[in-house]
Design a protein around this ligand. Structure first.
Ligand code: PRP
Ligand code: 7HP
Length: 178
């Protein structure tokens, strides 16, 4: 798999260090609040697992599976809910946990969808932010790393469902997807 990468963008150590910092920040902000962390599958699976282990306050965990990219490196722009939450978020403080904000279309859709369920608040934690590709205005509250406009894989992020199991994040060689 390493041969398919142009370079490593974020090492395992850099990711783990930053995720721990985000966990501490989130723990301070949500102390005494009824928190539900929502993992957006599949990409955020590793981030969610590591992040929540750095949040030593009471919280519940739920999952949503969303798809907007299908096969390839360009968003289809059509967001589909493949799996919905198990529990109500009404009057609860929601933290959306995402792997990457790219065009912002997925989050834009998600925020609208979750707001209609009347939570006490909604905030966004994303490991990666790729602002160069933003198509709609979304603001994140906890941002691990701002990255350039390159297609990245690893630590949950995929190309055609592959590379999610890499413990670091790398830039995929364009010839792999062209
Ligand atoms: C990816 C990623 C984000 C979204 C970001 O999901 O996990 O949810 O795209 O892109 P956007 O800001 O341009 O909308 P994808 O649809 O590839 O599903 P996956 O998490 O299962 O890989
Ligand atoms: C989605 C996505 N998935 C993997 N790598 C990227 O760079 C991506 N941007 N948006």
């Amino acid at each position: 798999m390493q041969d398919d990468l142009l370079k490593v963008l974020l090492t395992e150590e850099e990711i783990q260090q930053r995720v721990a910092e985000l966990g501490q920040e989130i723990s301070r902000d949500y102390k005494g609040k009824d928190l539900v962390a929502i993992c957006i599958l599949k990409g955020a699976m590793h981030f969610m697992a590591d992040l929540t282990r750095h949040i030593p306050i009471p919280l519940t965990i739920d999952f949503m599976a969303i798809s907007s990219y299908g096969v390839g490196t360009k968003t289809s722009g059509v967001v589909r809910i493949l799996q919905d939450l198990d529990a109500s978020i009404s009057h609860r403080h929601v933290l959306i946990v995402e792997d990457i904000v790219d065009t912002g279309l997925t989050l834009n859709y998600l925020i609208d969808n979750l707001e209609s369920r009347r939570p006490a608040s909604i905030k966004i934690a994303t490991l990666l932010d790729k602002p160069a590709r933003r198509a709609v205005n979304v603001t994140t509250d906890y941002n691990g790393f701002t990255i350039p406009d390159e297609f990245v894989v690893g630590y949950g992020l995929d190309y055609n469902e592959l590379y999610r199991n890499l413990p670091y994040i790398g830039v995929l060689k364009p010839e792999v997807y062209k």
